[in-house]
Design a binder for this molecule. Sequence first.
Ligand SMILES: [Zn+2]
Length: 93
Amino acid sequence: MVAKINVLPNEKFNRLTFIRYGENKGKNRGDIFICECGKVIHTSVCDVRTGHTKSCGCFSVEITKKIVNKARMFWCFSYTRIHSLDKYDWSVF
Ligand SMILES: [Zn+2]
């Protein structure tokens, strides 16, 4: 017996808006939410309410992208710097 958590339709948690409780059977197990990006997902109200699930997955993708971009920027910057040092004409000293 799972305790029913009272969540109202259209109640919003992070990026997810609660639509209705799911039937908990088949592959669409879980309660129904719609993400800010427009994607409908099936997940547990419990996970969403506790903040375990914040979006359909697009939120974590964005975070990952930001980290990747930062790493790429750093790498490219270092690469360019090393490269320009190689090309530097040290004979002037
Ligand atoms: Zn989304």
